[in-house]
Design a protein around this ligand. Sequence first.
Ligand SMILES: Nc1ncnc2c1ncn2[C@@H]1O[C@H](COP(=O)(O)OP(=O)(O)OP(=O)(O)O)[C@@H](O)[C@H]1O
Ligand SMILES: [Mg+2]
Length: 311
Amino acid sequence: MPDEAWCQMVIIKINSLTKKFKDLVAVDDVNLEIEEGECFGLLGPNGAGKTSLIRMITAVSPPTSGDIWVLGGDLRTHSRQVKAALGVVPQMDNLDPDLTVLQNLMTFARYFNIPKEEARRRSMEVLTLFQLEDRCDSQIRELSGGMRRRLLIARGLINMPKIVVLDEPTIGLDPQAKYLVWHKLTELKSQGVTQLLPTQNMEEASTLCDRVAIMHQGKVLTVDAPKKLISSYFGDEIWEIEVMAEERDKVVNALESRGLEYESVGAKIHVFHVETDESITGLVGSVEALRRRPATLEDVFFKLTGRSLTE
Ligand SMILES: Nc1ncnc2c1ncn2[C@@H]1O[C@H](COP(=O)(O)OP(=O)(O)OP(=O)(O)O)[C@@H](O)[C@H]1O
Ligand SMILES: [Mg+2]
């Protein structure tokens, strides 16, 4: 058991966690510490291992090896207490199509032994939070995809969890519904609820997360605050040079002699950590061939893996 000082800060601790499906290593020796009250993102493309990782943390799927502590308790011996303190919003919709919206929430509340009157009150509260209060008697099949998604998130909050795990919470939502969810998650964080957020949306990770773990092929490649990750790899901005094949060698030589960091990305060259505009001007004949833009977590992912998040 971890000591008490540790428990006050770190709400989830993962040690050498691995999940194998036959020969496939879905989660590969992951170590993480998630702090109380933070929104912690897992950013990675399809198949990176995000869902496999959180299924272990939420005691749905047993690890192949490694240890998990949640709220100071070893998950192997405290899974009941942990489940009671967790709100889980799965990636796949598992609402009961035979029940109405309200009945879905009331049934879910029974798993947590919430008394009926209290369950009804909380159900209406979470439905109102996600602007679904007028749909409480609708059948699930009458809801749009976005409404079902919001209901799934609402359901995850019914037990007033200390930690919510939201697997790709805004996938398939239109921009308005996505911003509503982002706004509600920000409010929830201000109430001290810890959030664990697997996503492949770098905008979502940058907007909501205090820290992000970048995942690829089961491994966590790096962990830090989004802004810090971006600035440590690139500075604030990336200069993109659209370079013609015949002038490529000349441009690369000039970048080398100026001591600038660069990387070839398709037909372009990306230049990082450019301190002054003068250090980069005059590299290419036409001004249009040179443009600068804010660096993003997508750039960090590309730098680490040579791939795009959405490939
Ligand atoms: N139950 C399972 N049986 C066999 N292989 C699995 C199982 N669950 C996941 N995998 C495999 O493990 C790897 C990681 O999958 P996982 O669902 O964890 O990725 P993910 O990062 O959540 O991806 P996505 O963004 O598509 O949701 C994939 O190669 C997947 O095919
Ligand atoms: Mg997933």
